[in-house]
Design a protein around this ligand. Sequence first.
Ligand code: GRF
Length: 203
Amino acid sequence: MLNIAVFVSGRGSNFKAVYDKVSKEKIKFCAVVSDRTDCHAINFAREKSIPVFFIGKKNQGEFVDFNFLIDQLKVLSVNFILLAGFLKKIPDQFVDTFENRIINIHPALLPSFGGKGMYGLNVHKAVLDSHVQESGATIHFVDKIYDNGKIILQKKVDISDAVSAEEIASRVLKIEHEILPFVVDKFADNKIKIENDKVIILD
Ligand code: GRF
C-alpha cells in the first residue's frame, strides 16, 4: 500500500487531480500537510476526512515542527510524500527520513526555470520572457537542493502562441493533472526504479 502524505500551500488542484484519479485500492491518503491554515487544499482534505497537519517553525498553537511531524507521519505509516504546490523548503532531516520517497511537481521543464523563488507565476513569467516555444511540467525526486532531484517524468506543451504568463500556467497545469496521477499510480505499483542514477518507469 502506498501511504501518502500530500504537502500543499494553496489551491490544491494537483492534490485533487491525484485524489480523484489514482487507484484507491493501492493508495491511502493518510495526511495532508500545509504551512497555511486557510487554503483550498485544506478544505478539500477536510471534506475527504484526511488528517491535516499545519507545519510551522515550532510546536505552537495548531502548528507543529518538522520533528513532531516526522513522528506523526510514522504513526500513520506514511511511506510516500507528495509535494503538490508546497512552498516551504523541506529540511535535510526530513529528506533523509524519506530518502527517495519524496516527489515534487514543478511547472516548467527542469533544469530550466527552477530553484529558489521559481514558484507560481514567477516561473511562467520567466518562461514567457525567455521566448522559448515549449514549456511543460516536471516530476522529480526531492533532495536537499531546490528543484534538483532526479527527474522522473516530463511532459512538454507548445506555448509558441501564448501571450501571457497566465495562459502558459493554464496550459502547463492541464499537463500536471495528467502526469501526476500517472506517476503516483506507478509508485503504488512499484514500477519506478532508479538504475545507474537514472529513473526508469516500467510498463
Ligand atoms: C503547480 O503549478 C505545481 O507545479 C507547483 O505549484 C502549483 C500548485 O498548484 N509546484 P495547485 O495548488 O496544485 O493547484
